[in-house]
Ligand binder design. Structure first.
Ligand SMILES: *Cc1c(COP(=O)(O)O)cnc(C)c1O
Length: 370
């Protein structure tokens, strides 16, 4: 069969950037792919499928309730809509057009109001909510969060992510204490996080994950949490949820991926270090390059290779080097968050050992010309 790459003239990609939406996030295990194919080939009573896979996931994770949605972004929008609409039949159908007065304010620590590829605030608006920022760009305490609570508050939203400001931020537990004190639901966006029950146990009412990131499922999302709010999220399938419909294949595929995620052996940070070590050694033998192991800034068990370029002696800045590495026959993508400091990181979870060799050769060509 002619490959898809040839058919559509697509570029081969080496993904050393991690679980990135712009590159297709992750490649699920064969067991997950099989279940996706099974789902596509059969009919189901969808409500039943949603409820029973949700119960199954909740059982696996020992939480009250869960539902598979189409993405973490859809999870945020539908969770916001859920806590605004609740059981209201008219608001469900007229979320944005209704002038019924109900609490719609969603309090977010200012340093959490980020752009993860799309803005958090856009998802909140999509869910009929209005972001109220608490604290400052560089700090938010429990008191600063509580100070924004009014009768118009619908929920507190906490973004647990490497994208957010990390310093001087209240913890999920502290946010949960504020939520409890004012009898408000706490929504946690933990899209790329690896712990599927931690934030629930810290007191969140709804916790959102991206299906293709840590869980390595198909394109999908997971919302888990307390019984009632998750039921409200499910109701949104007759409201804004319809514009973000998940298919039967995604529901079944994510459920299978969660089960595997919990039982299958996971690559540890230490194993990543072992995989990268020969690569790092070779990079360090090149002029104008230095490489070393760095650990995930958000505290996850992920080790990466930090590569620093001596821009002066190479005669190119790091952005230019990154651009050239994407232009070859195979496009190579790194994590570029620190490119302005002359550094990038290679995330090797989705990179094979032969691909590491390819990366090394491409970098060598760029800096030595051979
Ligand atoms: C990736 C990400 C999302 C969005 O996840 P999707 O499943 O791609 O919609 C939301 N929030 C954070 C913090 C993320 O990292």
């Amino acid at each position: 069969m002619q490959s898809i790459y040839e058919k559509y003239q697509l570029k081969n990609v080496i993904n050393a950037s991690g679980r990135m939406t712009i590159l297709g996030v992750s490649t699920p295990r064969p067991e997950v792919v099989d279940v996706v194919a099974y789902g596509l080939n059969h009919f189901f009573e969808i409500k039943d499928l949603v409820n029973k896979t949700g119960e199954y996931i909740a059982g696996l994770l020992k939480v009250e309730n869960a539902v598979v949605v189409s993405s973490a972004s859809a999870g945020i929008a539908q969770s916001v809509a859920a806590v605004i609409v609740k059981d209201d039949a008219d608001l469900l159908l007229n979320l944005h057009s209704s002038d019924k007065v109900v609490p719609r304010e969603i309090i977010v620590p200012k340093g959490h109001n980020v752009n993860y590829g799309a803005p958090v605030e856009t998802m909140v608006s999509l869910g009929g909510g209005k972001v109220i920022e608490a604290g400052f760009a560089n700090e938010c305490s429990a008191d600063q969060l509580a100070a924004k609570v009014t009768p118009n508050t619908a929920a507190i939203l906490y973004i647990k992510s490497h994208h957010t400001v990390q310093k001087s931020m209240l913890t999920v537990t502290e946010a949960s204490e504020v939520a409890k004190k004012y009898n408000l639901p706490l929504i946690v966006d933990a899209a790329a996080e690896e712990d599927l029950d931690t934030y629930y146990h810290m007191g969140a009412d709804l916790v959102i994950y991206s299906g293709g990131k840590a869980i390595e499922g198909p394109t999908s999302g997971l919302v888990l949490g307390k019984k009632q709010p998750v039921e409200w999220v499910k109701r949104q399938s007759n409201g804004i949820g319809r514009a973000m419909k998940i298919g039967k294949e995604g529901i079944l595929g994510l459920t299978q991926a969660i089960e595997l995620y919990l039982t299958a052996e996971k690559e540890t940070g230490q194993q990543m270090v072992e995989k990268m070590s020969p690569f790092i050694e070779k990079l360090n033998s090149l002029p104008s390059i230095s490489a070393r192991v760095v650990w995930d800034a958000a505290g996850r068990d992920i080790a990466r290779t930090e590569i620093s370029f001596d821009e002066k002696s190479i005669g190119k800045n790091t952005f230019e080097i990154m651009r050239l590495l994407k232009q070859g026959d195979t496009a190579i993508y790194f994590r570029e968050y620190k490119a302005n400091e002359g550094k990038v990181e290679a995330d090797v979870r989705s990179v094979t050992v032969p691909q590491l060799e390819t990366i090394y050769i491409c970098i060598r060509k760029l800096v030595t010309g051979e």
